[in-house]
Design a protein around this ligand. Sequence first.
Ligand code: NAP
Ligand code: ZN
Ligand code: ZN
Length: 365
Amino acid sequence: MEAVRATAEGAIAIKAKEVKAFGTEAAAAALQQLNIKRRNLTSHDVEIEILFCGVCHSDLHTARNEWHNTIYPCVPGHEIVGRIVSVGDHVKKFKPGDHAAVGCMVDSCRQCDYCKEGLEQYCEVGNIGTYNSPDIHLGTQTYGGYSESIVVDEAFVLRVPENLDLAATAPLLCAGITTFSPLKHWNVGPGKKVGIVGIGGLGHMGVKLAKAMGAEVIVFTTSTSKVEDAKRLGADDVILSKDDEQMSRYAGKLHFVLDAVSAQHDINAYLNLLRVDGSLALVGAPEHPLPVAAFSLIPYRRSFAGSMIGGIAETQEMLDFCGKHNIVSDIEMINIQQINEAYDRLLKGDVKYRFVIDMASLKNQ
Ligand code: NAP
Ligand code: ZN
Ligand code: ZN
């Protein structure tokens, strides 16, 4: 099959094949089966049969156009683990049969200062997201991991540590790196008191990673059902954030707070937990702005920051760290046909702690 891409030089025919995927045609529509194209391999590409794909809250925000930038049809999924099926002529890192993983990016300009520093996520030209970005090869948008297979340049493909369970590794590709990167950047480690807010896919990885880095970890949750469980994940203490008395115990006490909440919430309540010179990094991306009071920041010279996923080398470093410390995600496996129900449950915070799709369910559909 040939797809046609329009360029300044004229139309270029790109060989591509059709594969099954699950996606949506509109913000209010349910996800359903549809067909998408995957390009034939260029010399640096690998083709990956997708075995497992994690379900990130960003998939839901995007499918429902909550960030107002979705291009339809939209095929979400950026926590991809699979098996290499074929490789281009110049591929060095992988051979057919190897396990491999793809996270939130499939390319970037590779030339700007940030790309050269391994900060591809902040590429000056804009990174190419695994879904909902321009596909420079096919002229469409990129399509994510809720699909049978994906073709990616090997430079953006990660190696999976052999000792880790494959399905439970998938969420590391977004939830893992999005928490690992800021924890490292803000020097979380022994002697540091760290708060993790919102114990969903990202938050529960944040707890495991911060603990493995040697910090004292305090969990802040709205869910009574997660209080005991958070200790099993590694938390030293757990605070029910609706309880003002419990919250006041940590006022001015924390060196760093990682906020992974997906919906509207009072950010000032968490800024007030920081010590002098403490920082709060927001990774959760609610649809609407979060008001910040001047006097949540001024009195203790506090910083309010954000952080986006992580670079490719850093993602490999995170996977290797997880391999060394035997860290994976706590998952609930679903079939692709359950994805709409899973989104509804995600909205209620009803998952411990990441849905992962067994992609064999799409193949057999
Ligand atoms: P998730 O699994 O749905 O977890 C979100 C958690 O936030 C819930 O489990 C819940 O934790 C808490 N929460 C939800 N609604 C709340 C509300 N109304 N008030 C207070 N707390 C609430 O989502 P996720 O996949 O971890 O993603 C979290 C956010 O990070 C999403 O907005 C996602 O788009 C964003 N994200 C950002 C990046 C980045 O690069 N910055 C990367 C990936 C994802 P408790 O039950 O413990 O309260
Ligand atoms: Zn994600
Ligand atoms: Zn760049």
